[in-house]
Design a binder for this molecule. Structure first.
Ligand SMILES: Cc1cc2nc3c(=O)[nH]c(=O)nc-3n(C[C@H](O)[C@H](O)[C@H](O)COP(=O)(O)OP(=O)(O)OC[C@H]3O[C@@H](n4cnc5c(N)ncnc54)[C@H](O)[C@@H]3O)c2cc1C
Length: 472
């Protein structure tokens, strides 16, 4: 903490949406929302001593998770600060949303803004060279038929809308300001040190810290709680293209998942004519690269006749990016005065486009949890326990499917849709982001699992697992 001070080195610092915050306001006036509820505990630390704090809640990270939790807590009247190390709008991967994102965007009050810059996604197409066929699923046929569409978004615009919404809701937003350290002392409020682009450090205290740092996993890394996922080791290589050949009509906005010998491709059409294309493979396969990234990506594209044909008249826009093994989990997601949300708690795989939805859903749960903790400190422990359980449950709903999506038996089931006993509707409900569909959906998902194991067993008996590993 040496060198950190409550005031900046120069007269003022540029904050968030270009606000100028005079230096002498840094320690005492952080844009307190007039509707803030001042509680007795505002003036006390956990040992009952007097300690002033800069904010009730300090959020690290302005992605979908951080912006959601910040907006909701600020709307409830709490003093919220948010720091992001980047300046928005900024590029981020993760462009395909789920239908269950739509009600969350509506509740945040940003649905119209998001809709205006997005491609409407009505469904999913699976293309399997192993079966020589293509199959489309529409969300309108999911169990309950409540959320018939989602969006494909440019994350730079989408994340910016959410961050601006957090700011409008009363959050003090600081961009280009990285959190360098968090100190969690027993019985004291957490202390945070940030550093702005000019290298100036600032020192803050808050009652609660929200780690929404995404794959940087700030707190999980600090605590040594981040564990690589042994069941799903994947890496990705991706780029944007203009002029890609899309599906016709209403299906233009579908995400297409194309299997190939080394993994699978995503094909995500965005509203501005750009299409996001990426290949998900094993980290070992990506390590076989002997050429530059762009040539390597084109050589992977050449392995898929479907993707090659859709990109034959397309031009790459910008550069190719790659990400190493991205599948991990944090063994803990909360403590007495902090919690983690979104990718900061773990990430499995992009195959069902669950990342942004889980981040925002987690943001809603985190806001409710912290609100309870602030209002009723005696209920904090139970609230944190419920929070952990709810995020583990949400992630767990998808993991069984994600771990098996490259298995021939699972591919067979996805490539042969049949709504026997309404199982297809139940699976679609899950693919739309439905985490808790009640006993009727759960029962059908268990039936689906049973059929998967039966299919796998019959493949084993017939030796199909050997032959279906290569396309053709
Ligand atoms: C290859 C790939 C493809 C994907 N495709 C999809 C998809 O199609 N659909 C989908 O829903 N999800 C997808 N995802 C997942 C999705 O990108 C994430 O789940 C989602 O962005 C998580 O949101 P978040 O808010 O938790 O984290 P992020 O969106 O990563 O936001 C974290 C923020 O924290 C900031 N930050 C980090 N460290 C600090 C610090 N120390 N101080 C201050 N700020 C900090 C960062 O600048 C960033 O803005 C994909 C992921 C990968 C790897």
């Amino acid at each position: 903490m040496e060198g950190a001070a409550k005031s900046s080195a120069s007269g003022s610092c540029v904050i968030g949406r270009g606000w100028l915050w005079p230096e002498n306001h840094l320690s005492c006036n952080i844009g307190v929302n007039p509707s803030v509820v001042v509680l007795e505990s505002d003036l006390m630390n956990q040992q009952g001593d007097t300690q002033s704090v800069d904010a009730d809640v300090l959020v690290i990270g302005g992605g979908p998770a951080g912006s959601t939790v910040a907006a909701l807590l600020a709307k409830k009247g709490w003093r919220v600060m948010l720091f992001d190390k980047d300046q928005h709008p900024r590029f981020h991967i993760g462009e395909s949303l789920l239908p269950q994102n739509v009600p969350l965007l509506d509740r945040l009050g940003v649905l119209e803004q998001v809709e205006a810059c997005s491609m409407v996604k009505y469904g999913i197409e699976f293309v399997s060279p192993f079966h020589g066929k293509k199959v489309q699923y529409e969300f309108a046929k999911a169990w309950g038929r409540r959320f018939p569409h989602a969006f494909q978004v440019r994350r730079s615009s989408f994340d910016h809308i959410l961050l601006q919404n957090a700011s409008k809701s009363g959050t003090q937003v600081y961009e280009s300001c990285q959190v360098k350290s968090v100190e969690l002392h027993s019985g004291m409020f957490p202390e945070v040190i940030t550093e702005d682009v000019d290298g100036r450090q600032h020192h803050w205290t808050a009652k609660y810290i929200v780690d929404a740092t995404g794959r940087d996993t700030f707190l999980a890394s600090k605590f040594g709680a981040k564990k690589p996922n042994q069941r799903n080791k994947s890496a990705a290589i991706f780029a944007h293209f203009s002029g890609a050949q899309r599906l016709p009509g209403k299906a233009e906005g579908h995400i297409t998942i194309v299997w190939f010998a080394e993994g699978w491709f995503w094909f995500i059409p965005l509203a501005d004519g750009i299409t996001s294309v990426g290949a998900v493979c094993s980290p070992e396969f990506l390590k076989t690269r002997k050429t530059d990234l762009t040539s390597f990506f084109y050589s992977i594209i050449a392995m898929s006749p479907e993707i090659s044909s859709r990109l034959q008249d397309a031009t790459m826009v910008g550069k190719v990016s790659a990400t190493g093994n991205y599948s991990y989990t944090s063994s803990m997601a909360s403590g007495s005065n902090y919690l983690m949300v979104g990718d900061a708690t773990g990430f499995i795989d992009p195959v069902f486009s669950t990342g942004v939805y889980l981040a925002m859903r987690g943001g809603f749960s985190a806001a409710e949890t912290i609100d309870t903790c602030l209002r009723h400190p005696e209920r904090s422990k139970a609230a944190m326990r419920r929070y952990e359980a709810s995020i583990r449950h949400a992630m767990g709903a998808f993991t069984w499917f994600i771990y098996r999506i490259r298995q021939p038996a699972m591919r067979n089931l996805f490539m042969s849709p049949r709504n026997t006993l309404r199982m297809e509707e139940a699976v679609l409900f899950l693919l739309a982001g439905g985490v808790s569909g009640g006993w009727q959906v759960s029962l059908r998902l268990y039936l689906f699992r049973a059929i998967y194991y039966a299919t796998k067993f019959s493949h084993f008996l017939r030796g199909v697992h050997k032959t279906s590993a290569s396309p053709g």
